[in-house]
Design a protein around this ligand. Structure first.
Ligand SMILES: Nc1nc2c(ncn2[C@@H]2O[C@H](COP(=O)(O)OP(=O)(O)OP(=O)(O)O)[C@@H](O)[C@H]2O)c(=O)[nH]1
Ligand SMILES: [Zn+2]
Length: 184
């Protein structure tokens, strides 16, 4: 796959008017191929692989919040980056998820072509599925390069998306506690 991608990147560079034989560009198609494969490697991962069995029995039903998980994704419309932070909360029911796995779940879905709304939902559903929690809340903030570097070229706007499942959807108090804990 890498060689095929590199060939296509070389062709794109030529079409853009570049001399693909000049010194600085000789290895660029190969580097670009590696980079795009890394940025989309979420397609080749599964939730089971990412969680790796790190679900632990724990006698707790109090809210757990993991906040400010940075993410880098690519918008499915322009294949340009959107980047930001993700905050995840859940109400466990006797099972907790290993802390690092929240970031791994975020990365697995972020490293695919996405819209922010869909990314938020996929993360929430995955956390719900692996923890069996009474409720899950996910809030994502993102800045979209397709809106900053091109198009309307607005540098200050950002997008906030949220998905509330179970008790986070049903109870204002639970949702508000989440928002308070992340300082919103
Ligand atoms: N809702 C949502 N929209 C997104 C996201 N990423 C990019 N977009 C938008 O997708 C839309 C695509 O619109 P089109 O009119 O088909 O494409 P375009 O001509 O390149 O649009 P402009 O960006 O307005 O120049 C744009 O409004 C983008 O801002 C996202 O994560 N969520
Ligand atoms: Zn875009």
């Amino acid at each position: 796959m890498s060689d095929k991608l590199a060939g296509h990147f070389s062709e794109i560079l030529s079409i853009l008017g570049e001399d693909v034989t000049r010194g600085g560009l000789v290895d660029t198609p190969t580097r670009a191929a590696k980079a795009i494969q890394f940025l989309t490697d979420g397609y080749h991962k599964s939730i089971e692989e990412v969680v790796n069995g790190a679900i632990f029995e724990a006698d707790t039903d109090e809210m757990v919040v993991v906040q400010d998980i940075e993410y880098y994704s690519l918008c499915e419309h322009h294949m340009l980056p959107f980047i930001g932070r993700c905050h995840i909360a859940y109400l466990p029911q006797g099972k907790v998820l290993g802390l690092s796995k929240f970031a791994r779940i975020v990365d697995m879905y972020a490293r695919r072509l996405q819209i922010q709304e869909g990314l938020t939902k996929q993360i929430a559903n995955a956390v719900q599925k692996v923890t069996g929690a009474a409720g899950v809340g996910v809030i994502m903030e993102g800045k979209h390069m397709c809106m900053m570097m091109r198009g309307v070229q607005k540098q200050s706007s950002s997008m906030t998306t949220s998905v509330m499942l179970g008790s986070f959807r049903e109870s204002n108090a639970t949702r508000n506690e989440f928002l308070r804990l992340i300082g919103k």
